[in-house]
Design a protein around this ligand. Structure first.
Ligand SMILES: N[C@@H](CCC(=O)N[C@@H](CS)C(=O)NCC(=O)O)C(=O)O
Length: 78
């Protein structure tokens, strides 16, 4: 499974999102867009958003940290 998280180094939401994914043994590829304009443009094109993190499970856009928590919550799974 190719999951992707677009991040910036200084971003606390990115660190929190990565911690949640790791705690749940969800593998991911991290793409740091802080100084990579091409990858940042890719993130905006895929997500329609300019904030980080932006998280994808395969091609499904999950969103940012708040969206990830909602997506992984038991209520969502029920
Ligand atoms: N509610 C959003 C908050 C995301 C957010 O505020 N990210 C900040 C960095 S921590 C951001 O992207 N700010 C604009 C920027 O750094 O370009 C989430 O849960 O992901």
């Amino acid at each position: 499974m190719k999951n992707t998280i677009y991040t910036k180094d200084y971003c606390p939401y990115c660190r929190a999102a990565k911690k949640v994914l790791k705690n749940r043994d969800i593998e991911f590829t991290e793409i740091d867009v802080e100084f990579d304009l091409e990858k940042r443009q890719e993130m905006v094109a895929r997500s329609g958003r300019t904030t980080v993190p932006q998280i994808f499970f395969e091609e499904q856009h999950i969103g940012g940290y708040d969206d990830l928590m909602a997506f992984l919550s038991p209520r969502h799974a029920a």
